[in-house]
Ligand binder design. Structure first.
Ligand code: BTN
Length: 360
């Protein structure tokens, strides 16, 4: 939406919540969950016995199944990037600590943040945002996090799909219940972009990052992270917000149609990143930004100032913004005090509430 008469919070997507994962039938959801439990048990067993070979029979007993099913699940784990050596006749052993976003690995690192106790991990899910919105509607507390190795119906802004290749990216959605009016949620969303940038820089300060309003993170003009913020609100009060963050981490390539505009941390730096390390840094950094916003008075101004400082798009950029058939062209002239983008056009200064910003 490009015109100022639209309510302030309209840049943040309001979604009707559903119980079933987008893209998954109820039966498929059930099947995914059942597989998750067995994969989880196997990973735990192998981690508990990291220095020894665990027999297929023992694993089969643990998951109440048979050795050929164990073999099939081990193959699935290998496909997820888990480094397991072995064979049904010899048994199995982990060759390295798996880079899976498992709650028991992340929770101790996140101790003291709002995200340390309600982490939910899925090997495969429709969309972590859909799951988080449904959970929030059912009363999930603030700090609940949904993490997935793969999304089958990952959602982006503007009804776009989000490419969610298995074990390559971070797909993370956090439930927040900020004591803020709906008009402040855009600032929260900008803060999430700052948090992503800080997390990436903490791990590798040499990566040169840019923020594109409202909250894309770019490397050399290509998107490395997208954020989908959705909320459920009354006129003056937010009930809950889901901040969904997708980071392209270890993608070696992208589907053809994305190659011009997407990149990954691996493609940009030439080496693989630990998704566990980055997820922990991300949630810590989001915790810092969020707490400051809801607990300290002047944080909103600081977020707007830091976003403008860290973005080449907020000031002095020739842009074209399109949404729902409307088009605005002009030069960016900063953010207003609610976080909306100001653009100087031939017709005067316009306030952009949402839309896809492109350089012209
Ligand atoms: C964008 O279009 O830039 C936003 C992309 C947001 C993708 C993330 S991945 C985790 C969460 N689950 C989703 O379905 N979408 C968000």
């Amino acid at each position: 939406m490009l015109f100022p008469h639209i309510p302030h919070n309209s840049g943040i997507k309001k979604t009707k919540t559903t119980r079933v994962e987008a893209g998954d039938s109820p039966a498929q959801s059930e099947a995914n969950n059942a597989t998750d439990v067995r994969l989880d048990r196997i990973v735990h067993l192998l981690m508990e016995h990291a220095t020894v070979v665990v027999s297929g029979t023992k694993i089969a007993q643990e998951i109440s199944s048979n050795r050929s099913e164990v073999w099939r699940l081990i193959q699935q784990l290998c496909g997820l990037g888990v480094d397991v050596a072995g064979h049904p006749s010899t048994g199995y052993q982990l060759k390295s600590v798996p880079d899976l976003l498992l709650p028991e690995i992340l929770a101790p690192i996140l101790r003291g943040t709002i995200f340390d106790s309600l982490l939910h991990h899925f090997y495969k899910i429709g969309s972590t945002n859909t799951a988080a919105m449904a959970a929030a509607a059912e009363g999930a507390p603030e700090g609940t996090v949904f993490l997935a190795e793969e999304q089958t119906a990952g959602r982006g802004r503007g009804a776009h799909a989000w490419d969610s290749a298995r074990s390559a990216g971070i797909y993370c959605s956090a439930v927040l219940r900020p004591p803020l009016p709906p008009s402040d949620v855009l600032v929260l969303s900008l803060a999430a972009g700052l948090a992503v940038r800080a997390a990436i820089e903490q791990i590798n300060p040499r990566v040169s990052l840019d923020l594109k309003w409202p909250n894309d993170v770019l490397i050399a003009g290509k998107k490395v992270c997208g954020i989908l913020t959705e909320m459920n609100a009354e006129a003056t009060r937010v009930r809950y917000v889901v901040v969904g963050i997708g980071i392209n981490v270890n993608h070696a390539t992208f589907p053809k149609e994305l190659q011009r505009e997407a990149t990954s941390l691996r493609l940009a730096t030439g080496s693989e990143w630990s998704r566990v390390e980055l997820t922990a840094a991300l949630l810590k950094s989001l915790d810092r930004e969020y707490r400051a916003l809801v607990e300290q008075k002047d944080t909103r101004q600081s977020i707007l100032r830091r976003f403008a400082e860290q973005s080449t798009w907020v000031r002095g950029k020739q842009v074209r913004i399109e949404e729902n058939g409307s088009k605005v062209e002009g030069i960016t002239e900063g953010l207003d005090d609610r976080g909306f983008l100001q653009v100087r056009t031939a017709q005067g200064l316009q306030t952009i509430l949402s839309g896809t910003v492109r350089e012209r």
